[in-house]
Design a protein around this ligand. Sequence first.
Ligand SMILES: Nc1ncnc2c1ncn2[C@@H]1O[C@H](COP(=O)(O)OP(=O)(O)O)[C@@H](O)[C@H]1O
Ligand SMILES: O=P(O)(O)O[C@H]1O[C@H](CO)[C@@H](O[C@H]2O[C@H](CO)[C@@H](O)[C@H](O)[C@H]2O)[C@H](O)[C@H]1O
Length: 488
Amino acid sequence: MSEAASAGTTSTTGLSPLEPMLRDWLPLQRWFAGKGRRIGRLRMISAADLLPPGSSPGLVHLLLDVDGDCYQLLLGVRPALPPALAPALIGRPEQGPYAGQCVYEGLGDPRLAALLLERLRAPGTLGPLRFDRDPMALIPAALTPRPLSGEQTNSSLIYGDSYILKVFRRVGPGVNPDLELPRALAAAGCARVPAPVAWYEAVLAGGEPLTLGVLQPYLRGSDDGWQLALGRLRSGDDFTAEAHALGRATAEVHSALAAALPTVALGPEQTARLASGMTARLAATAREVPALRPYEAGLRGAFDALAASRGAGVPAQRIHGDLHLGQTLRTADGIWALIDFEGEPARPLADRRRPEPAVRDIAGMLRSFDYAARSHRPFAPAWADACRTAFCEGYARTTGRDPREDRVLLRAYETDKAVYEARYESRHRPDWLHVPMAAIRRLAAGSDRGFGRAQPGTASPGAGPAPGEGFPSLSPHPRPQPPRRPHT
Ligand SMILES: Nc1ncnc2c1ncn2[C@@H]1O[C@H](COP(=O)(O)OP(=O)(O)O)[C@@H](O)[C@H]1O
Ligand SMILES: O=P(O)(O)O[C@H]1O[C@H](CO)[C@@H](O[C@H]2O[C@H](CO)[C@@H](O)[C@H](O)[C@H]2O)[C@H](O)[C@H]1O
C-alpha cells in the first residue's frame, strides 16, 4: 500500500486555530457565495488528512458549514512556502497541530494536485471521502497538473491536457447534476458531453453522499462558445451557423436526457407554482438589487401570464439548468459540446434536480446572445437577433418543435433568467449589471424580443436600426446608450 493510501483517518484537527484566518480568507474567494457580509457561524463538518499527519507537504480536506452553506476546502500545510505558492497562503496558525506552519490553498500546489489524481485513479475510501471511477476508463498516472485560470464558480485542475477535475466548492447532500447528467448521457450514448471518468464524494452519517469532484476528459484545443462569439463580433462576422449548430446540439442533449431520465407533464397547478417561484425570486432579487425595483411590477407580468396560461401537460424533464455560451465548447473537430450541468449554483440542489421545461435552457442561450451583443461596441442587436433565430431553428430542426411556439413560457423563462443575472452580476461582477438591466428594461416594458433573419451575412454588428430592442414601435423606452465594455 502506498504512503498516500495508508493515510486518511478522520483528522482530529479542531477548527479553532484556523478559524480567524478562514474568516478573512473565505469571503475573498470567487466561489464563496456569501460575499459582502460577515461570516456568522463557522463550523467544521468533517476533516480528513489525505496524507499521514506530519507529511510535508500535508493535505487536509475540510467540509465547513459557513452560515448554513457547506464548503469544500483542500488545504496544504508546509513549514515554508516556495515563492510560486506565496499567493496561496491563508495564514500561519499560532496553535494546534499546524502551529507555525503555512496553511494554504492546496489546489495550486502541483504535488498536492498530483496526489488528488492518484486518489481518483485508485477507488476506495479515506475517512469520510469515497473515491470512485468508471472501471472501463484508463487514467494514466503522473499527468502534470495545472490549475485552470479564469473566473469560475468552482475550482478546476487540468492534468496533462488530457483530463479536467472540477472540485465543487459549495456542496450539498445528493448527487450533483454535473455528475449525474453527464453519466446518464454517456450511458445513453450521447457524445455531446464529456463523460465522467472518476469522481469523489463525502459520505456523512445519516445523509445522502455529497458530490465533491468530477474528473472528465479535457477537450484540448476546443474553443469556448462565448469567446468565439465575441471574436466574431469584433471582426464583424456572422455567428448564425454556429448558433444553428448549437441549437441542434442542445436539442440532442435534451432528447437524450428525456429518454434517459424521468419526465413529467406539469399540470395547471404546477405551472402556477412555477410562476409563483419566479415571482418570489423577482421579489427577493428586487430587495437585494435596488436597480431592479422600478421594473418589478412590469416584469411580474410575464409570470402572471404564465400562471394565467393554465398550461396543462407542459412537458418537463432534466435539463442543463444554466445554459449559456460559456458552457459550450467547439472541439478541434468542429463538434459542439455542452459542459457544466451543475445548474444555477445559487439554487438549492433539490431544485436543480427537479424536471423543468426544456425552454429554460433555450431562454438561457437566447439571453447569452444578447449578452455577447451588448458587450460589443456599438451594441449589435441585429447580430443577437439573427443568432437567436438560428438557434431556435437549429433546435426545431432536431426536435420538430420550434421553442418560439411556447411564447408565454419562453418569455417567462427569459425574464426569470434576466432577473437571476441581475442578482448574479450585482454579487459577482457589478460592472456587468448594466447587461441584464438593459434586458430587464425591455422585458418590463412588455416588448417581445425580435428574432432576426438567420441567413449568414445578414446581421453584421452594429448594422441598421434596432430590431433587437424588440418590436421597436411597441417599446416606450429610448434606445439605451452603448454599455461600458465589460472585461472579458
Ligand atoms: N471537458 C472540458 N474540456 C475543456 N475545457 C473544459 C472542460 N470542462 C470545462 N472546461 C473549461 O473550464 C471552464 C470552467 O468549467 P465549468 O464547468 O464551467 O466550471 P464552473 O462550474 O466552475 O464555472 C469552462 O469555461 C471551460 O473553459
Ligand atoms: O459559473 P457558471 O458558468 O456556472 O455560471 C455563472 O457565471 C456566468 C458568467 O461567467 C453567468 O453567465 C452570464 O454571463 C455570461 C457571460 O460571461 C453570459 O454568456 C450568460 O448568458 C450570462 O448568464 C451565469 O449566469 C452564472 O450562473
